[in-house]
Design a protein around this ligand. Structure first.
Ligand code: FO1
Length: 317
């Protein structure tokens, strides 16, 4: 008989959203809750932009741009053209359809509605059965120290194309933040089958989730197996600055080094076939499989492998 139960995924943007979609498609509608990073959020042109939440929303709604990973497919750019004509900033691109999301979110936040509820409303409108839960409704903002000083995350990531060497990271507001009650409830659910740490950047996507007080304890206390999927394949990230950041901050760009960062949380670890040789040296039970997610079938198959592994670990616990 197929296993039932709920699953919680921890995710940043593009890579995490791909696995979240695979998990959503392998599970009963509503069985998946995705805890989203809010450290990339920022205010731009007076609008509240939540890039990782939006990547999850668009991916799970089937609206995501398949090439760039963020934003909407078939997007038009009239707003950006008009903005440029007026001499406005063009370094951060807001498509016309995407703009509606930021205007809507900013409007609702100004009415006093918390980010989690705005996100739930958007999910309901787009008929997304998966619960997308910001880790907190409080502001947590990732900051990056470079040789040019401290930068806001999007200034570093998009403005400087993540090209400046990272010397240090900080998560402003994290110490004062409270985890979303729905996140803690999802992690404590009696029918929880697995927690999946998606193949997102461990430093700037997963850490700003874990750093919210109470999150590590909630994961450590959770009864279901906690499994991470390595974001590295043969020491390289599929997209983004993960490998460079790991080495810039004095670590190694290896699947084993990522597992080490999650050491106190993991019951299982999933690495790519290309890293199979690392299996024996890992401190947790691990499997090697194909983790590259190009097609929808790749996402579903990786999700199935992760769930089967979790069920094996859960049965032997
Ligand atoms: N990434 C870019 O590289 N350039 C952009 O102009 C850009 C605009 C953008 C607008 C809305 C949104 O939700 C995301 C956007 N991103 C853009 C992606 C995003 O900033 C990063 O990929 C994430 O923050 C990292 O996960």
């Amino acid at each position: 008989m197929a296993a039932t139960g709920t699953v919680v995924a921890l995710s940043g943007g593009i890579g995490g959203a791909k696995l979240a979609l695979g998990l959503a498609r392998r599970l009963a509608p509503g069985a998946l809750a995705v805890v989203a990073n809010v450290g990339d959020d920022f205010s731009h042109l007076g609008l509240h932009v939540s890039p990782d939440i939006d990547t999850l929303v668009y991916t799970l709604a089937g609206l995501a741009d398949p090439q760039q990973g963020w934003g909407r497919a078939g997007e038009t750019w009239s707003f950006m053209s008009a903005l440029a004509e007026l001499g406005g900033p063009s370094w951060f691109r807001l498509g016309d359809g995407d703009l509606a999301m930021h205007v809507m979110r900013t409007h609702r936040l100004a009415q006093g509605v918390p980010l989690s509820q705005v996100t739930a409303e958007v999910c309901a409108s787009l008929r997304i059965a998966t619960r997308i839960l910001p880790v907190t409704d409080d502001p947590v903002r990732t900051r990056v120290r470079t040789d040019q000083g401290w930068l806001d995350f999007q200034d570093w990531f998009v403005g400087h194309r993540a090209a400046l060497t990272v010397r240090e990271l900080a998560f402003a507001g994290a110490a004062e933040a409270t985890p979303l009650p729905a996140v803690l409830a999802a992690l404590a659910a009696p029918d929880l089958r697995a927690v999946v740490i998606c193949p997102s950047n461990p430093l700037i996507s997963i850490e700003p989730i874990l750093v919210v007080p109470g999150m590590r304890a909630a994961l450590a206390a959770c009864k279901a197996p906690v499994i991470a999927v390595s974001p590295l394949i043969g020491g390289r990230a599929v997209k983004g600055p993960t490998a460079a950041m790991l080495t810039d901050l004095g670590g190694a760009a290896t699947a084993a080094a990522v597992a080490e960062r999650y050491r106190d949380l993991l019951d299982g670890y999933v690495i790519d076939e290309a890293d199979r040789a690392a299996l024996d040296a890992l401190h947790v039970p691990a499997i090697a499989t194909r983790t590259l997610m190009i097609t929808l079938a790749d996402r579903e198959r990786l999700a199935a492998d992760v769930l089967a592994f979790a069920d094996r670990l859960g049965a032997s616990a």
